[in-house]
Design a protein around this ligand. Structure first.
Ligand code: IPE
Ligand code: IPE
Ligand code: MG
Length: 250
């Protein structure tokens, strides 16, 4: 691929939060005549590349879709491989995260994960908690509808016990009950593998995100692909319902 997107990035116009749907591991492996699980293994390399590229360029938050609620419906063998890979990778990568100043977080219905997975995840989250660089937020056993329903239940309970007046529920209050409460909404959402759908990811938060789809399969994704997406993002005009003259720089 063409190189050199990095030098075209305007650092003062970087998004703070980028979300990625890492898709295409299975097809990548199939093209090579290998098992789908091989694609997931090689996909880990792309995760490392992307995380380090994102931290290097100065993103504040990177949210990666690693395993969806719907992914629990995959064959058991594939789920097991993914969970084992998750434990191994998090264990191995924690020192590198610390070297790069990266703080690990996770969001989703984490109680559904195997116990060893939950323990390793919490370990790495604790170990990186003091880091002050980029936040790497993993969406695990996550779906946006699960997250939204959870928020609705929390709000309903607050109303029931008299802590909240329904009239006081607004976008800001609602956002505070989502898993991403501390983060700004992602300005940019990237999906690899050529699929053009959201697959139950961050439905509330991407209301005004720029969507970027690339045919690149996840195991082939490199920091250059990330930088290419950032350049494309910076070329877009974000109007938020206004007209061009209102938002264009003078
Ligand atoms: C993304 O790749 C990884 C996960 C969803 C865990 P896929 O496994 O969905 O690969 P494809 O889309 O079948 O090629
Ligand atoms: C979305 O990819 C979930 C993750 C990347 C973890 P999928 O491959 O599961 O999504 P669909 O099935 O194509 O919608
Ligand atoms: Mg897929």
């Amino acid at each position: 691929m063409r190189m050199g997107f990095r030098e075209h990035i305007q650092t003062e116009k970087l998004p703070q939060h980028v979300a990625i749907i890492m898709d295409g591991n299975g097809r990548w492996a199939k093209q090579k005549g290998r098992l789908r699980t091989f694609g997931h293994k090689v996909g880990v390399k792309a995760v490392r590349e992307t995380v380090e590229g994102a931290a290097e360029i100065g993103l504040k938050v990177l949210t990666l879709y690693a395993f969806s609620t719907e992914n629990w419906n995959r064959p058991k063998l594939e789920i097991n491989t993914l969970m084992n890979l998750l434990v191994e990778t998090i264990h191995q990568e924690t020192p590198r995260l610390i070297n790069n100043g990266i703080q690990l977080r996770a969001m989703g219905d984490l109680s559904q994960l195997p116990k060893n997975c939950q323990i390793q995840l919490q370990n790495s989250i604790d170990q990186t908690a003091d880091q002050t660089g980029m936040i790497l937020n993993l969406a695990l056993s996550y779906s946006a509808r699960w997250e939204i329903l959870r928020a609705v239940k929390e709000l309903a309970n607050q109303v029931r016990v008299g802590l909240l007046n329904p009239d006081d529920i607004n976008e800001a209050v609602f956002s505070k009950h989502l898993c991403t409460a501390e983060f700004p909404d992602p300005e940019l959402l990237i999906r690899t593998s050529g699929e053009q759908r959201i697959s139950n990811y961050l439905l509330w938060q991407i209301a005004y995100s720029e969507l970027y789809f690339t045919s690149c399969l996840w195991p082939d994704f490199t920091r250059e692909h990330l930088f290419e997406a950032l350049v494309a993002y910076q070329q877009r005009e974000r109007r938020f319902g206004k007209i061009s003259e209102q938002v264009a720089p003078l």
